[in-house]
Write a protein that binds this ligand. Sequence first.
Ligand SMILES: *Cc1c(COP(=O)(O)O)cnc(C)c1O
Length: 446
Amino acid sequence: MATSATASLPLAHLLPVTAVLGESGALSVGGCDLPALAREYGTPLYVYDLATLQRQARGFLQAFREEHEETTALYAAKAFLNRPFARLIAAEGFGFDAVSGGELAVMLAAGVDPATIYLHGNNKSPEELRAAVEVGVGRVVIDNLGEIDLLEEAAAGAGVRQPVLLRVSPGVDAYTHEKTTTGILDSKFGVAIATGDAEEAVRRIAEAAHLDLRGLHMHLGSPIFELTPYERGIEVVAAFQAEVCRDRLGLDFDELSVGGGFAIGYHGEQEPPPPAAYARVVCGTVRREADALGLPLPRLVIEPGRSLVGRAGLALYTVGARKEIEGVRTYVSVDGGMADNIRPAMYGSRYELISAERPLAPAEETVTIAGKYCESGDLLARDIETPRLHAGEVVAMPAAGAYQVAMESNYNLALRPAVVLVAAGEARLLRRRQTFEDLMALDVDP
Ligand SMILES: *Cc1c(COP(=O)(O)O)cnc(C)c1O
C-alpha cells in the first residue's frame, strides 16, 4: 500500500506499512489518526496495524514455502501475546511457540489447537510439562539433560508417547547483543554438540519409552541481520544428525527447526534482509546439506517472533517536562518509559521518535527522550534529532510491537497501557488500560 505520502514520510521503512500523512497533517496508521487515538485511549498507547502483521506473516510463510514446501511456521509468542492477538495469528495459519504455563494457558483459552503448539524453555517445571503433555501439545522441545526424565515421567503418567525435538547448541555466534545470542557454547539454552552432551541427550531420549524424537532444533539469537549464522548453524546440526544420530546411534528423524531471530529495523537506515533472503539461505543450506549427507529432506520449522509483530506496533506517548543542561544535554520526558519499554535499559536498544502531530516537521535540535520512571537509566532514545517538541505533543516510537508490552512492568505502579488494533479506518481495543483498582487487585490484608 505504498502511496506517495508514505514515501515522503521520514522513517517510512520503520513504520507500519499503512502509515501515511493524514488529512489533518498528522500521522495516520491503518486509516486511523494517531493523535485522535491518543486522545481517545490515553497515552502511553500501543497501536498494532493489522495490515503490517498480515503482510509479515504471509511474507514469511510464502517465502519459505516457495523454497521448501514442507515448512511449518510458529509464532514465538513471547514477543507479544494475549487472547485476541493469538486468534489473529492463528488465522494466518501459524502455530505457536510457548515458553511458559502462562503462555500455554492463554493460547488454549484463545482456542488455539494444542497440536500446533511447541513448548520451549530452559527450565520447564514438572507442572508445565504435565500440563503440556495432558493437553496434547504438538512438541515439547527438550532443552537439557535433566528434562528428559521429567518429561518421560509426565508422559508415562498421562499414558501418551510425547513427540519431542531436542534443542541443540551448535556453537555459532549470531553477531547480536550478548544478552540475545543463544547459539554459542556459553549459553543457558540448549544442549551443546561440542561437549558430547547432545549425543548423550539423543541416546537417552531414544531409550525413553514415552518420548518420540522427531528432530532437532536450534535458535541462534535475535535480531540476526547476517545470513551466514543460519548457514553455519544448519551445517553443524545436519552434520550432528548424520554422523552421530544416524551413523552412530542408528536413529532416523526428519524434522528441523531453525528457530527465529529474523531482524527488523529500529533506527536510522537499518534495513533487515527481506523474508525471501532468509528463506533462500535457510532452505538452500538445508537442501544442500541433506543432499551431501544423504539425509531425508526435513520438515522445516521456522519460529519468527519479532519479525512478525515488531514493525506492526507503534508506541504513542505524550511529551511533558523539558530539562536543558547548558552545553551538556537536553532531556525531553514522555509519559511512559522503562515500564512499557525496558529494551533500551536492558540491551542498549536504539529507537527513533517522530511527532505524530506533525511528522514532516524538520529536525531542529538533538535531544534525549527520557521516560518518567525513577531510574536515571530510564531513557528511551539518546541523542536523536527532533523538531522542538512541546508539552502535550503526541509522539510515536516506531518498531514497538515486539518485546515491549511483553516485558512491561508495574514499576512505580505505572498502569499498563491499552493496546489497540487498527485496520481499515477502525480501531478496536485488544486490551484496556489498567486501572488503579487493578493495581490493588492482588493485595491481601493479612
Ligand atoms: C524467542 C525465540 C524465538 C523468536 O525470536 P525472534 O527474534 O522474536 O524471532 C524463536 N525460537 C525460540 C526458541 C525463542 O526462544
